[in-house]
Design a protein around this ligand. Structure first.
Ligand SMILES: C[S@@+](CC[C@H](N)C(=O)[O-])C[C@H]1O[C@@H](n2cnc3c(N)ncnc32)[C@H](O)[C@@H]1O
Length: 350
C-alpha cells in the first residue's frame, strides 16, 4: 500500500498515510491543531487559506485549529508543531481510539508513544498500560511518534514537528527558533531572486530557512567565529551551500557593496544573553547605518529585538530608514518586537 510521501528540501520524507482521501471520507476527521509563535497566527492562517484553501480558527495564543485536514506539505516553516485534538468528553483512551491514525501517520510498523502527565507517576503508568492494551501501541518515550498530552487534550505528532519537516539545526543558547525565523522572513516579503542578508546570523537559522523555502541568494554574517562555524555546518548539512553564503564579519562594517541587498532580516542581540543595553546604544545605530548603505532603494528589513527603547530611538535617528510596522512576538518566555523598516526617502537604485 503506497503512503503519500512528501519530500522536503532537506531530503526528509514523511508518509501521510495510505490513500488519504478515502481514509478521511465518511470517518470523523481528526481535528488538527497547529502551533506557532504568539503574534504570527494571522500570517499562518492567511497562508493556509491562500496557499492551500484551508480554513482555520485561532483557539488560543499560538494555537490554530484546522477545519479541514491536509497533507503535511501544507505546514510551512512558521508552524512549530502539529497535533490531533482529542475529544475532552471522552476518556483519553477512548478519545485516542476515535481517531483514524492512518490518516495522519504511517502506522504500518506500529505506533510508538509517550504520555505527558507531569508529576503523576501512578496515573501515567495506568494510562500507558491502558493505551498499550486498548490500542496496541508501544510506549517508547525516547523515540515517540505520538506524545499524548493529557491536560491539553491533544496528541502531538513527532514526525510532523518542525525538525522532522525541515531538518535539525545545530544551535546555541541565543539561536532563534526556526518557526520564529520563518515568521520574520515572511514579514520581509522577499521575492524570487532577491538577495537577503542576515547581518547578525548566529548559527544561520534565518538564512537556512530562507534557503529552504525560496529561490534566491542569502548571506549570513556574524562576528562570532564559533557561530559562523556552526552556521557553515548547518548550511552544508542541508545542502544549501549553493544558495547561502556564510561570512565572519561585523554588522557595522559589512564587506558588501552599497545597494547590493534586497531584504535584511535579523534577530539582533537583545542585550541580555548576547551583548548589553549599553553596547546596543552604539551597535543599533551603527547596524542601521550599514543597512542603509547596503539596502536597495525599495528594500525592506525586518529586525527583531527586545531592547525596544534603544531600537526605537536608533531608528528615529536613522537617516534613510523608517519603521513602517511593528509586531510583538511571544515565544520561550520572551516578548520581543519585530520591526519592519523601509526607506524614508528614495535613493538611487543599485
Ligand atoms: C540573537 S543572536 C542571533 C541568533 C541567530 N538568528 C541564530 O539563529 O543563531 C545575535 C547574534 O548577533 C551577533 N552579533 C553581535 N554583535 C555583532 C556584530 N557587531 N556583527 C555581527 N554579528 C554580531 C552575535 O554573535 C549573535 O550571534
Amino acid at each position: 500500500m503506497g503512503g503519500r510521501a512528501v519530500r522536503f528540501p532537506s531530503g526528509l520524507q514523511i508518509v501521510a498515510g495510505p490513500d488519504l482521501a478515502r481514509n478521511l471520507s465518511g470517518m470523523p476527521k481528526p481535528a488538527l491543531l497547529v502551533t506557532c509563535a504568539v503574534g504570527f497566527e494571522d500570517l499562518v492562517r492567511g497562508d493556509l487559506r491562500e496557499q492551500h484553501d484551508l480554513r482555520s480558527t485561532q483557539v488560543g495564543p499560538g494555537d490554530i485549529a484546522l477545519e479541514g485536514f491536509s497533507p503535511v506539505a501544507t505546514f510551512g516553516p512558521m508552524i512549530d508543531r502539529v497535533a490531533v485534538a482529542l475529544d475532552p468528553a471522552l476518556g483519553t483512551v477512548a478519545a485516542l481510539a476515535a481517531v483514524d491514525w492512518s490518516a495522519v501517520l504511517d502506522v504500518a510498523g506500529g505506533v510508538r508513544f509517550r504520555v505527558h502527565l507531569p508529576g503523576e507517576d501512578q496515573p501515567r503508568q495506568q494510562l500507558i498500560e491502558a493505551i498499550e492494551a486498548g490500542l496496541g501501541w508501544r510506549n517508547e518515550p525516547a523515540d515517540w511518534m505520538v506524545n499524548v498530552d493529557v491536560a491539553r487534550h491533544r496528541a502531538e505528532l513527532g514526525p510532523w514537528s518542525w525538525a522532522a519537516r525541515f531538518g535539525s539545526l545545530r544551535r546555541l543558547p541565543a539561536t532563534t527558533p526556526g518557526p520564529v525565523a520563518a515568521g520574520l522572513i515572511r514579514l520581509a516579503k522577499a521575492r524570487t531572486g532577491d538577495h537577503l542578508l542576515d547581518p547578525c546570523a548566529g548559527v544561520g537559522t534565518v538564512p537556512v530557512i530562507d534557503g529552504l523555502t525560496r529561490d534566491g541568494s542569502t548571506t549570513a554574517v556574524d562576528v562570532d567565529a564559533n557561530s559562523v562555524a556552526i552556521a557553515a555546518d548547518n548550511v552544508a548539512a542541508l545542502n544549501l551551500s549553493g544558495r547561502v553564503k556564510v561570512l565572519q564579519g561585523d554588522a557595522t562594517a559589512l564587506d558588501l557593496p552599497a545597494a547590493s541587498v534586497d531584504r535584511v532580516v535579523t534577530d539582533l542581540p537583545f542585550g541580555k544573553r548576547v551583548g548589553s543595553n549599553e553596547i546596543n546604544r552604539t551597535l543599533y545605530p551603527a547596524v542601521l547605518r550599514e543597512i542603509d548603505r547596503v539596502l536597495i532603494s525599495d528594500g525592506r528589513c525586518v529586525l527583531l529585538t527586545d531592547d525596544k527603547r534603544v531600537f526605537a530611538d536608533s531608528a528615529a535617528r536613522a537617516r534613510g530608514l523608517k519603521i513602517v510596522a511593528e509586531r510583538v512576538i511571544r515565544y520561550n518566555g520572551v516578548t520581543p518586537t519585530a520591526y519592519v523598516l523601509t526607506r524614508s526617502r528614495r535613493t538611487r537604485r543599485g
